[in-house]
Ligand binder design. Structure first.
Ligand code: 13P
Length: 279
Protein backbone atom coordinates (compact mmCIF):
# COMPACT_ATOMS: atom_id res chain seq x y z
CA UNK A 1 0.00 0.00 0.00
CA UNK A 2 1.16 3.54 -0.69
CA UNK A 3 1.05 6.11 2.10
CA UNK A 4 1.19 9.89 2.09
CA UNK A 5 4.16 11.47 3.84
CA UNK A 6 2.30 13.23 6.68
CA UNK A 7 2.95 10.74 9.49
CA UNK A 8 6.48 9.75 8.52
CA UNK A 9 7.61 13.37 8.16
CA UNK A 10 5.90 14.36 11.41
CA UNK A 11 7.92 11.68 13.22
CA UNK A 12 11.09 12.78 11.43
CA UNK A 13 10.51 16.40 12.51
CA UNK A 14 9.84 15.39 16.11
CA UNK A 15 12.78 12.98 16.34
CA UNK A 16 15.31 14.98 14.31
CA UNK A 17 16.11 12.70 11.43
CA UNK A 18 15.38 12.92 7.71
CA UNK A 19 13.34 10.69 5.44
CA UNK A 20 15.08 10.03 2.12
CA UNK A 21 13.35 11.06 -1.09
CA UNK A 22 15.01 9.16 -3.94
CA UNK A 23 14.05 10.03 -7.50
CA UNK A 24 13.30 7.00 -9.67
CA UNK A 25 14.06 6.58 -13.35
CA UNK A 26 12.91 3.10 -14.25
CA UNK A 27 11.82 -0.29 -12.94
CA UNK A 28 15.29 -1.30 -11.78
CA UNK A 29 15.87 1.94 -9.86
CA UNK A 30 12.58 1.48 -8.04
CA UNK A 31 13.29 -2.17 -7.28
CA UNK A 32 16.79 -1.55 -5.90
CA UNK A 33 15.67 1.36 -3.70
CA UNK A 34 12.65 -0.52 -2.37
CA UNK A 35 14.69 -3.67 -1.64
CA UNK A 36 17.43 -1.76 0.16
CA UNK A 37 15.06 0.41 2.24
CA UNK A 38 13.08 -2.68 3.15
CA UNK A 39 16.28 -4.43 4.22
CA UNK A 40 17.25 -1.40 6.31
CA UNK A 41 13.71 -1.15 7.66
CA UNK A 42 13.25 2.55 6.80
CA UNK A 43 10.37 4.40 5.18
CA UNK A 44 11.05 5.85 1.74
CA UNK A 45 9.66 8.51 -0.56
CA UNK A 46 9.97 7.69 -4.26
CA UNK A 47 10.11 10.94 -6.22
CA UNK A 48 8.99 11.11 -9.83
CA UNK A 49 9.72 14.18 -11.93
CA UNK A 50 7.52 15.03 -14.88
CA UNK A 51 10.34 14.07 -17.23
CA UNK A 52 10.82 10.71 -15.52
CA UNK A 53 7.05 10.11 -15.60
CA UNK A 54 7.00 10.70 -19.36
CA UNK A 55 10.06 8.48 -19.80
CA UNK A 56 8.42 5.60 -17.92
CA UNK A 57 5.17 5.85 -19.87
CA UNK A 58 3.04 7.96 -17.55
CA UNK A 59 1.64 8.19 -14.02
CA UNK A 60 -0.62 5.12 -14.28
CA UNK A 61 2.25 2.94 -15.42
CA UNK A 62 4.34 4.12 -12.48
CA UNK A 63 1.61 3.57 -9.88
CA UNK A 64 0.99 0.07 -11.24
CA UNK A 65 4.71 -0.70 -11.25
CA UNK A 66 5.33 0.51 -7.68
CA UNK A 67 2.23 -1.16 -6.27
CA UNK A 68 3.24 -4.37 -8.02
CA UNK A 69 6.79 -4.22 -6.67
CA UNK A 70 5.52 -3.69 -3.13
CA UNK A 71 3.46 -6.89 -3.37
CA UNK A 72 5.90 -9.03 -5.38
CA UNK A 73 8.97 -8.05 -3.33
CA UNK A 74 7.03 -8.25 -0.07
CA UNK A 75 7.98 -4.69 0.91
CA UNK A 76 6.92 -4.02 4.49
CA UNK A 77 8.21 -0.48 5.05
CA UNK A 78 6.03 2.59 4.36
CA UNK A 79 6.36 3.75 0.74
CA UNK A 80 5.22 7.16 -0.47
CA UNK A 81 4.90 7.77 -4.22
CA UNK A 82 5.47 11.47 -4.75
CA UNK A 83 5.28 13.75 -7.80
CA UNK A 84 8.40 15.92 -7.77
CA UNK A 85 8.08 19.54 -9.00
CA UNK A 86 4.60 19.35 -10.51
CA UNK A 87 4.42 22.69 -12.29
CA UNK A 88 0.67 23.25 -12.37
CA UNK A 89 -2.67 22.01 -11.05
CA UNK A 90 -3.40 19.74 -14.03
CA UNK A 91 -0.17 17.77 -13.66
CA UNK A 92 -0.71 17.32 -9.91
CA UNK A 93 -4.31 16.21 -10.58
CA UNK A 94 -3.14 13.67 -13.18
CA UNK A 95 -0.68 12.15 -10.70
CA UNK A 96 -3.30 12.07 -7.93
CA UNK A 97 -5.92 10.52 -10.21
CA UNK A 98 -3.41 7.84 -11.20
CA UNK A 99 -2.91 6.91 -7.55
CA UNK A 100 0.14 8.90 -6.41
CA UNK A 101 0.01 9.30 -2.63
CA UNK A 102 1.78 12.65 -2.57
CA UNK A 103 2.52 15.61 -4.83
CA UNK A 104 4.74 18.64 -4.93
CA UNK A 105 3.29 21.73 -6.53
CA UNK A 106 6.14 23.92 -7.64
CA UNK A 107 4.70 27.30 -8.48
CA UNK A 108 7.85 28.97 -7.22
CA UNK A 109 8.50 30.96 -10.37
CA UNK A 110 5.16 32.76 -9.94
CA UNK A 111 4.63 35.81 -7.70
CA UNK A 112 3.66 34.87 -4.12
CA UNK A 113 -0.09 35.54 -4.54
CA UNK A 114 -0.21 33.31 -7.63
CA UNK A 115 1.88 30.62 -5.93
CA UNK A 116 -0.62 30.68 -3.04
CA UNK A 117 -3.59 30.51 -5.43
CA UNK A 118 -2.29 27.47 -7.36
CA UNK A 119 -0.97 25.68 -4.26
CA UNK A 120 -4.28 26.14 -2.46
CA UNK A 121 -6.16 24.61 -5.38
CA UNK A 122 -3.83 21.58 -5.38
CA UNK A 123 -4.18 21.17 -1.60
CA UNK A 124 -7.99 21.26 -1.81
CA UNK A 125 -8.00 18.52 -4.44
CA UNK A 126 -5.24 16.43 -2.84
CA UNK A 127 -6.53 16.47 0.72
CA UNK A 128 -9.94 15.10 -0.18
CA UNK A 129 -8.05 12.09 -1.60
CA UNK A 130 -5.71 11.72 1.40
CA UNK A 131 -2.74 12.87 -0.68
CA UNK A 132 -0.01 15.01 0.92
CA UNK A 133 1.27 18.23 -0.64
CA UNK A 134 4.70 19.85 -0.66
CA UNK A 135 5.17 23.39 -2.01
CA UNK A 136 8.17 25.51 -2.92
CA UNK A 137 8.94 29.11 -2.13
CA UNK A 138 11.87 31.12 -3.38
CA UNK A 139 13.24 29.29 -6.41
CA UNK A 140 15.68 26.34 -6.25
CA UNK A 141 17.67 26.29 -9.46
CA UNK A 142 19.38 23.45 -11.31
CA UNK A 143 23.19 23.54 -11.67
CA UNK A 144 23.09 24.66 -15.32
CA UNK A 145 20.37 27.30 -14.85
CA UNK A 146 21.07 31.00 -15.03
CA UNK A 147 22.10 31.98 -11.50
CA UNK A 148 19.94 35.12 -11.80
CA UNK A 149 16.80 32.95 -11.72
CA UNK A 150 17.62 31.70 -8.20
CA UNK A 151 15.88 33.42 -5.32
CA UNK A 152 16.03 32.56 -1.66
CA UNK A 153 12.87 32.37 0.43
CA UNK A 154 12.11 34.98 3.10
CA UNK A 155 10.62 33.98 6.46
CA UNK A 156 7.57 36.17 5.75
CA UNK A 157 6.91 34.50 2.39
CA UNK A 158 7.17 31.05 3.97
CA UNK A 159 4.67 31.99 6.68
CA UNK A 160 2.30 33.53 4.12
CA UNK A 161 2.40 30.44 1.91
CA UNK A 162 1.86 28.10 4.85
CA UNK A 163 -0.95 30.15 6.45
CA UNK A 164 -2.90 30.50 3.24
CA UNK A 165 -2.63 27.00 1.82
CA UNK A 166 -2.60 24.23 4.50
CA UNK A 167 0.35 22.51 2.80
CA UNK A 168 1.88 19.49 4.53
CA UNK A 169 5.56 20.27 3.90
CA UNK A 170 7.54 23.23 2.65
CA UNK A 171 10.64 23.37 0.43
CA UNK A 172 12.11 26.82 0.96
CA UNK A 173 14.97 27.83 -1.35
CA UNK A 174 17.81 28.37 1.12
CA UNK A 175 20.88 28.02 -1.07
CA UNK A 176 20.85 24.41 -2.31
CA UNK A 177 20.93 23.59 -6.02
CA UNK A 178 19.74 20.59 -8.06
CA UNK A 179 22.49 18.55 -9.70
CA UNK A 180 26.26 18.96 -9.67
CA UNK A 181 26.87 22.52 -8.59
CA UNK A 182 30.28 24.04 -9.21
CA UNK A 183 29.87 27.25 -7.21
CA UNK A 184 30.21 27.74 -3.47
CA UNK A 185 27.37 26.17 -1.53
CA UNK A 186 25.83 28.62 0.88
CA UNK A 187 23.06 27.05 2.92
CA UNK A 188 21.17 29.43 5.21
CA UNK A 189 21.11 27.35 8.40
CA UNK A 190 19.83 30.24 10.54
CA UNK A 191 16.75 30.62 8.39
CA UNK A 192 16.24 26.84 8.41
CA UNK A 193 16.27 26.84 12.19
CA UNK A 194 13.94 29.83 12.45
CA UNK A 195 11.48 28.33 9.98
CA UNK A 196 11.55 25.01 11.78
CA UNK A 197 10.63 26.78 15.02
CA UNK A 198 7.92 28.96 13.49
CA UNK A 199 6.20 26.46 11.18
CA UNK A 200 4.50 23.29 12.48
CA UNK A 201 5.08 21.50 9.17
CA UNK A 202 8.26 19.64 8.07
CA UNK A 203 10.90 21.32 5.90
CA UNK A 204 12.34 19.79 2.75
CA UNK A 205 15.86 20.17 1.37
CA UNK A 206 16.14 19.82 -2.41
CA UNK A 207 19.38 19.25 -4.27
CA UNK A 208 20.83 16.75 -1.80
CA UNK A 209 23.59 15.67 -4.21
CA UNK A 210 27.02 17.10 -3.50
CA UNK A 211 26.17 18.61 -0.11
CA UNK A 212 29.00 17.55 2.23
CA UNK A 213 27.99 15.11 4.98
CA UNK A 214 28.64 17.63 7.75
CA UNK A 215 26.28 20.14 6.14
CA UNK A 216 23.61 17.46 5.69
CA UNK A 217 23.87 16.64 9.39
CA UNK A 218 23.68 20.33 10.29
CA UNK A 219 20.63 20.82 8.05
CA UNK A 220 18.91 17.91 9.83
CA UNK A 221 19.79 19.39 13.21
CA UNK A 222 18.30 22.71 12.01
CA UNK A 223 15.00 20.99 11.24
CA UNK A 224 15.14 19.48 7.74
CA UNK A 225 12.92 16.35 7.69
CA UNK A 226 13.01 15.27 4.03
CA UNK A 227 16.03 15.36 1.73
CA UNK A 228 15.79 14.87 -2.03
CA UNK A 229 18.45 12.83 -3.81
CA UNK A 230 18.60 12.27 -7.55
CA UNK A 231 21.91 12.95 -9.31
CA UNK A 232 23.92 11.13 -6.64
CA UNK A 233 22.39 7.74 -7.49
CA UNK A 234 22.61 8.45 -11.22
CA UNK A 235 26.35 9.05 -10.92
CA UNK A 236 26.88 5.96 -8.77
CA UNK A 237 24.91 3.79 -11.20
CA UNK A 238 26.45 5.14 -14.42
CA UNK A 239 30.02 4.85 -13.13
CA UNK A 240 29.48 1.19 -12.37
CA UNK A 241 27.67 0.44 -15.62
CA UNK A 242 30.35 2.14 -17.72
CA UNK A 243 33.00 0.06 -15.97
CA UNK A 244 30.99 -3.12 -16.57
CA UNK A 245 30.54 -2.35 -20.27
CA UNK A 246 34.23 -1.58 -20.73
CA UNK A 247 35.20 -4.89 -19.12
CA UNK A 248 32.49 -7.19 -20.55
CA UNK A 249 31.19 -8.01 -23.96
CA UNK A 250 27.63 -7.84 -22.67
CA UNK A 251 24.45 -7.38 -24.70
CA UNK A 252 21.72 -8.60 -22.33
CA UNK A 253 20.07 -5.41 -21.01
CA UNK A 254 19.34 -7.13 -17.70
CA UNK A 255 23.06 -7.68 -17.20
CA UNK A 256 24.01 -4.17 -18.33
CA UNK A 257 21.38 -2.26 -16.33
CA UNK A 258 21.68 -4.68 -13.42
CA UNK A 259 25.44 -4.18 -13.15
CA UNK A 260 24.65 -0.89 -11.38
CA UNK A 261 22.50 -2.56 -8.71
CA UNK A 262 25.12 -2.75 -5.97
CA UNK A 263 26.28 0.81 -6.65
CA UNK A 264 22.73 2.13 -6.07
CA UNK A 265 22.14 -0.06 -3.05
CA UNK A 266 25.35 0.87 -1.32
CA UNK A 267 24.70 4.62 -1.83
CA UNK A 268 21.15 4.17 -0.52
CA UNK A 269 22.58 2.48 2.58
CA UNK A 270 25.13 5.26 3.16
CA UNK A 271 22.53 7.98 2.65
CA UNK A 272 20.00 6.36 4.98
CA UNK A 273 22.67 6.08 7.65
CA UNK A 274 23.72 9.72 7.12
CA UNK A 275 20.11 10.86 7.47
CA UNK A 276 19.87 8.74 10.63
CA UNK A 277 16.53 7.50 9.33
CA UNK A 278 14.55 5.02 11.43
CA UNK A 279 10.96 4.00 11.92
P1 13P B 1 19.88 16.35 -6.75
O1 13P B 1 19.81 15.91 -8.17
O2 13P B 1 20.84 17.49 -6.56
O3 13P B 1 20.12 15.24 -5.80
O4 13P B 1 18.45 16.99 -6.39
C1 13P B 1 17.32 16.17 -6.38
C2 13P B 1 16.07 16.94 -6.07
O5 13P B 1 16.09 17.91 -5.34
C3 13P B 1 14.83 16.47 -6.66
O6 13P B 1 13.75 17.28 -6.34
Amino acid sequence: MLINFIDILKTAKEKHFAIPHFNINNLEWSKYILEECNKLNVPVILGVSEGAAKYMGGFNTITGMIKGLIVDLNIKVPVCLHLDHGKNFDICKKAIDAGFSSVMIDASTLPLEKNIEVTKKVVAYAHQKNVSVEAEIGHIITANDNLDTASTATIEECIELYKNTSIDALAPALGSVHGLYKGKLNLDFDKMKQLNNILPIPLVLHGGTGIPNEKIKKAISCGISKININTDLQIAWSKQVKKFISENDAYDPRKIIGSGEEAIKSRVKEIVSLFNTHL
